[in-house]
Design a protein around this ligand. Structure first.
Ligand SMILES: Cc1ncc(COP(=O)(O)O)c(C=O)c1O
Length: 420
């Protein structure tokens, strides 16, 4: 596939970006509108963020010179941990150098071969890597299906009487843009009081809930979620990751047993400072998140008008369903030729034969950019016959899950899109 795509000139990955303005990038001398980035709030180019980053760079230097366990632990890391814990509503947090290694290190060291992990099938690769490294028994359940999770928990309990039981889900799923039914998953804790819930909120942080506090905050269920994991590589405009919890002893254990934390270099100060500056902006400028949701509603409506199939997405991550991988590659190439940068997601990122073009919008996109993207998509969707009417899809949008503004989220930053 890769070789064939290369030979035919439509291999879409590893495209070198020569310059970025956030919502636009320069590739091979051409300026394109970026609609594939996870920089949801467009903070990676905010002057306040850049200034904080530069100051930290001058004070601590460009690298940390070691792992946090040894010489690389900075006061800034500890300030960031405190700030993140407060932000997501937990007592403590532990920062790692990436989101991937946060999942890998945390899951691997928190569980043993005697334990059971019940895991959404569409969870991120880093979660599965962590599960595998832990050697716990892994039982996947059908995506976003709380009833299926309940059945798997019953099975797990039947087979394993004493081990620890952990359920892992993402908050907002990275490819499909749909949300976990967290309210239904939390109810399972009534049936299994020892069940622990682990939420990877890589794509919910900065997007969902009050001032971007995340998916658990959106549902008003923060206290019911035992572990909240997040990354800095999306809305927080940097790189790095953290895990937060109320159980301080467990996090202290993790701090001393997470292999990537002990045996890999610490997050550079400039990245930690970027995240702190982003959190300041979220506190001071909640309209940034509100604007992201305005744009999200606008784009969902635009896609619906064109007839694009976006499945269950209700967030700024909006996949355009294509189907065959080759077709997705062709489609992405034509978007690129029209000046729009977005990438196909193919197996194993999505189920086989269900390729999508993953689009994601930022709060800094301008109306003229959105208008242009919609015009391009309307033209190409007709040409490539990917509209709902071409695909025999009864409905371009299928309602699923309880996605609506909640009492805990009166700001409506992640309000239902049903009112479009
Ligand atoms: C759901 C999810 N978890 C974890 C990660 C890993 O995060 P990072 O890019 O910070 O390593 C990603 C990254 O794509 C992700 O989408």
């Amino acid at each position: 596939m890769v070789q064939g795509a290369r030979e035919q000139g439509f291999y879409p990955y590893f495209r070198p970006i020569n310059r970025s303005w956030g919502t636009e990038v320069e590739v091979a001398g051409r300026r394109l509108i970026m609609i594939g980035s996870n920089d949801y709030l467009g903070l990676s180019h905010d002057p306040r963020v850049l200034e904080a980053t530069a100051q930290a760079l001058r004070r601590w230097g460009s690298g940390t010179g070691g792992s946090r366990f040894l010489c690389g632990n900075l006061t800034l890391h500890e300030a960031l941990e405190e700030r993140l814990a407060t932000f997501v509503g937990k007592k403590k947090a532990v920062v790692h150098a990436t989101g991937f290694t946060t999942n890998l290190g945390a899951i691997a060291c928190l569980l043993t071969a005697q334990d059971v992990i019940v895991c959404d099938r569409e969870n991120h690769a880093s979660i599965f890597e962590g599960c595998q490294a832990s050697r716990a028994r892994l039982i996947p359940f059908a995506h976003n299906d709380a009833a299926a999770a309940a059945r798997k928990l019953a099975l797990a309990r039947q087979k394993n009487l004493n081990g620890c039981l952990l359920l892992i889900t993402e908050g907002v799923f990275s490819m499909s843009g749909d949300m976990a039914p967290l309210d239904e998953l939390v109810k399972l804790k009534k049936v299994y009081p020892d069940l622990l819930l682990y939420l990877d909120d890589a794509h919910g942080l900065g997007v969902m809930g009050r001032q971007g506090r995340g998916t658990a905050d959106h549902f008003g269920l923060t206290s019911q979620v035992d572990f909240i994991m997040g990354t800095f590589s999306k809305a927080l405009a940097s790189i790095g990751g953290f895990i937060a919890a109320d159980d301080e002893a467990v996090l202290e254990y993790l701090r001393h047993h997470s292999k990537p934390l002990i045996f890999s270099a610490a997050l550079p100060a400039s990245n930690a400072a970027t995240v702190l500056a982003c959190l300041d902006i979220l506190d001071q400028n909640p309209e940034r998140v509100a604007r992201l949701w305005e744009i999200t509603r606008r784009v969902h409506a635009g896609y619906r008008e064109i007839g694009l199939v976006t499945k269950h997405s209700k967030t700024p991550i909006i996949p355009i369903y294509i189907g065959a991988e080759e077709k997705a590659f062709f489609f992405a190439r034509e978007m690129f030729d029209h000046g729009v940068f977005a990438l196909p997601a193919i197996y194993p990122a999505v189920p086989r034969g269900q390729a999508v073009i993953r689009t994601a919008f930022m709060s800094t996109h301008k109306e003229r950019q959105i208008q242009y993207v919609l015009e391009v998509l309307a033209k190409l969707a007709k040409k490539h016959r990917i509209r709902a009417c071409d695909l025999d899809e009864p409905e371009p949008f299928v309602e699923r899950g309880g996605f609506s503004a909640t009492a805990a989220n009166p700001s409506g930053t992640s309000a239902s899109l049903a009112g479009d």
